[in-house]
Design a protein. Structure first.
Lengths: 155, 155, 155
């Protein structure tokens, strides 16, 4: 039985698959009190393939970067689904950390990261409005174009 | 009516303006329980212009980087003022995250970040002493020289 | 009197020294409620010397990077020991943030970061399994190869 949020996502054609296994010795999320800390999610698509590989400012266009960021957000939701069983238990998206694999002269990282932020607001409405930090990093695991981590207040 | 902390800042010639609007689809802060999470602040000055643009180790001097970091801290305080109405409600500066736009060979990022840390201690005294992580990043939004995010325990 | 966790570490030949003083104007940790936030730890060894200097993908091998990451984790534990007196008070390693000093084409940052993650699981067992974000950064303080920060639930 999918909750309200998941139905909204389904209407948009977004289904939450089984989250990718962590690429190393850690777990996808940890809950402490009412806070759910979700590990940095790479832009793996439904088929387990990275949606965008390489650097913004290099081989990856802004549009493809935005799609990658959106997919990272979908993957955060998939982790929450595993953690809580129901996305409706999210009381607030507290913070997203956005890591953009970028060349040193690429200045549009916020625009890329909006792919993730927009999805959170689409999914959760006002509860989806979050604090955010976006930085351009030298490189990401497997040369993924985008990685996003999340902090959520949950019930 | 300004509280004690704000008066101290005023004595130093620091006034807290209206915070810059987030440069994208997110909010300046989120409170969850007694924690206030403030989004990464760029070094926008009072006139809405970045105090320092470019990379440490490149066009930006250490001294200008320190001023930029200090301004990021001022902008964090301006967000707190909006969030809480009174800076005296800060019980502890828990953590600052410092992101320095740096060339790969610039080794003085902690010295730059002290511009932000020193201001917190000036404003809050012992309550301003915080945990901190400083990294040199490939690039920041709008090529800002410094970005600082903050986590605060509040009443 | 060392607790269970510290005895396990001693059996592995790991002793927790006095943590390195912060390299700038901040503190090693801040506790807020049941959360302990520990500052980013560089890979200082027992003699106060960085275990690995330079970039992964450059002068530093993956194996040396892993040892450096492990040392960062040891240094996190040393901070916790100062904060709590007894590592047995750690209820959960909530999150590690891994910052790898890397060239823009170095894709094995998760493998490097496992040096830190593995130590946490060794020390704390299931309580040591954590959420994690790993990124490759342009540069770190003093050109350290690895920096790791931590968030812990404590009693």
């Amino acid at each position: 039985m999918a909750g309200t949020v998941e139905k909204k996502l389904a209407d948009l054609g977004i289904t939450l698959g089984t989250p990718a296994a962590p690429v190393a010795n850690y777990v996808g999320f940890v809950r402490t009190g009412n806070l759910l800390v979700v590990s940095g999610q790479l832009c793996f698509g439904a088929e387990g393939k990275l949606l965008a590989v390489g650097k913004l400012g290099g081989a990856v266009s802004i549009e493809d970067g935005q799609k990658a960021a959106r997919q990272c957000a979908v993957n955060l939701l998939a982790q929450i689904k595993v953690a809580l069983g129901d996305l409706d238990k999210v009381q607030r998206v507290v913070r997203l950390g956005g890591f953009i694999n970028a060349t040193p002269d690429f200045l549009e990282t916020p625009k890329v990261m909006n792919g993730a932020s927009d999805l959170m607001v689409t999914a959760f409405g006002d509860k989806g409005r979050h604090a955010r930090t976006t930085i351009g990093v030298a490189v990401l695991p497997m040369d993924a174009a985008v990685e996003v981590e999340g902090l959520f207040e949950v019930s």
